[in-house]
Design a protein. Structure first.
Length: 550
């Protein structure tokens, strides 16, 4: 039997190495809340396996006692780590407060201290000794009262953990049932072996091979990790998504096959959903066509928007897709009210402005010498007409999608706008420096013209100098074209620029006109950006960055 110590010792040592490798991988490649309890579990198993392997291979009687004491921390941390792993996986994070973790650590801490100071107490071991089994020296103490209390605590902790995984197996769909079953079996194997060794008949299991079965557990957890992506897609994550959004949630694999869905998704789609259904049968199209789709309920009074996002697994590989169907009925009703209000207001505004223009022109003809007030009336009417046009532009282009973007010759549009304002404001100096032919992606060239016109008009009209200066320059990169409009006016007030970055105006803080909003909205509607900076020595620089055509 001389080969027995080397066989058992080598087997246990190799198991420790495997457990260490699994723990390192979990920490290095899985930045997930479940990674650290899995790493703690495997590192604890390794810290038990290595001292045990050395005791089997080389130890004498005194060294065996010391090595067994060194293995006690790993023995007692394993049940705690498995318990934390189970709660994290099932989504019971609220049970893992700092106070609870401290309470759970009391038994392991007392056990470790008792083992390391066994020469001064008999709580864990009344007597320490060894015996020879088939040529292998094993630790054979006389256990004290604390040993049996701690053993009961350990088994209760493990049984609760197994119950948590079993509950997930019972109530989950196919994708999570397989995951949870692996996690359940991974904890069950070493538990059964340890029970047989600890409380079973002496003739049944003479060596403590718990560390060997712990490696089986580690490999089982690894199978769940690699094959089913436990750390990236747990039932807790799925349940939290449903609760956060409060709408339909469907999860598909990378082939577009339904893996999981909640009851709300079936109600919205008016379809009986079952695992294994194809996305094309559910949505009348592939997953690539689902994102951004607006769905209407059978009653025609409710509207929903479907958003599709990829689920990434090992090394950022796409392992599936999640579709969230959110109720947007209030948003659609709000859009409808805005559309009707905008149309009615613009129609009435245009009608009343025609009357004002007509009477102002009649007065101008009948009054011989003319009055400055008539010019002011006509200017005010012109400003109101511009507001109406800006509102029309906003309504016309804000609802368009990315698919309607098309190339536009920004060079021609900008030259046309500059020429018009040079003629309209002869006292102003408008310089233009182009960096070659400029082509950008917009919904319509008129949209580009509206943005440029608003920037130049604001720079001139709000300038406090008799001869305003506007300098326009452009820059190009492989993906974008940048337009810089620099003026020498008093500058845009900070509160005006701040309002643009907010979701809405307030009663006390609001913009003085639609001009800046038009520039901002129409630019961002095509994926562009707008920035404002101070000019040197005075004035404002408006930077508009637009995308090149794809």
């Amino acid at each position: 039997m001389g080969w027995t110590p080397y066989l058992i010792g080598s087997l246990v040592f190799i198991n420790g190495m495997i457990l260490t490798g699994i723990g390192v991988y979990a920490l290095r490649n899985r930045p997930d809340p479940m990674a650290w309890p899995l790493a703690l579990l495997t590192f604890a198993g390794a810290s038990w396996a290595f001292p045990q392997a050395i005791s089997f291979l080389y130890a004498n009687e005194s060294a065996t006692v010391v090595l067994y004491a060194l293995a006690v921390p790993g023995q007692n941390l394993i049940p705690l780590a498995y318990f934390i792993l189970a709660l994290r996986y099932a989504g019971y994070d609220e049970w893992l407060s700092r106070r609870v973790l401290v309470a759970l650590s009391i038994f392991p801490s007392v056990t470790i201290v008792s083992a390391w100071s066994s020469q001064y107490n008999d709580l864990l071991w009344r007597e320490t000794g060894v015996e020879m089994l088939y040529g292998v020296m094993v630790f054979a103490p006389e256990f004290g009262p604390w040993y049996w209390l701690n053993l009961s605590y350990v088994y209760i902790l493990i049984l609760v953990s197994l119950g948590v995984f079993a509950s997930v197996v019972i109530r989950s769909g196919p994708i999570y049932r397989k995951q949870a079953l692996l996690m359940l079996l991974g904890g069950l194997a070493p538990t059964v072996i340890n029970i047989l060794f600890t409380v079973g008949p002496d003739s049944l299991l003479r060596f403590d091979l718990t560390t060997v079965t712990l490696t089986v557990s580690g490999l089982t957890f690894a199978a769940a990790l690699f094959r089913y992506d436990v750390l990236n897609l747990s039932p807790a994550a799925y349940r939290n998504v449903s609760e956060i959004f409060g709408d339909g949630v469907l999860i598909f694999d990378d082939g577009g096959i339904l893996l999981e869905s909640n009851a709300r998704a079936g109600e919205i789609l008016d379809v009986t959903l079952a695992a294994g259904m194809d996305a094309e049968a559910i949505f009348d199209g592939g997953l690539g066509e689902v994102d951004g789709t607006v769905l209407s309920a059978a009653n025609g009074r409710e509207f929903y928007m479907a958003r599709c996002s990829p689920l990434q697994g090992h090394k950022d590989r796409v392992v599936g897709h999640v579709v969230v169907i959110r109720n947007i009925t209030e948003l659609k009703e709000h859009e409808q009210r805005l559309s009707v209000t905008n149309r009615v207001l613009r129609h009435n505004l245009r009608t009343e402005l025609n009357i004002i223009y007509g009477y102002a022109e009649t007065l101008d003809e009948k009054v011989a010498n003319g009055y400055n007030e008539i010019d002011q009336i006509q200017d005010a009417a012109g400003r109101l007409e511009a507001v109406g046009e800006n509102a029309r532009h906003i309504q016309s282009w804000m609802d368009r999608t990315e698919s309607s973007l098309r190339p536009a010759d920004a060079t021609a549009v900008l030259e046309q706008v500059v020429s018009r304002y040079r003629e309209q404001y002869p006292a102003a100096t408008i310089s233009l420096q182009l960096s070659g032919r400029l082509e950008v992606a917009v919904h319509d060239p008129e949209q580009l013209e509206t943005v440029f016109a608003n920037v130049i008009e604001n720079a001139i009209k709000h300038n406090d100098r008799a001869e305003p200066v506007v300098e326009i320059a452009t820059e190009q990169t492989a993906e974008t074209i940048t337009f810089r409009f620099a003026d020498d006016g008093p500058g845009i007030p900070p509160e005006e620029r701040t309002i643009l970055s907010r979701a809405q105006e307030t009663k006390l803080e609001h913009g003085s006109s639609l001009g800046l909003w038009v520039i901002n909205w129409l630019t961002t509607a095509v994926g562009g950006t707008v920035e404002f900076a101070e000019n040197d020595p005075r004035g404002t620089v408006v930077v508009i960055r637009l995308q090149r055509p794809a």
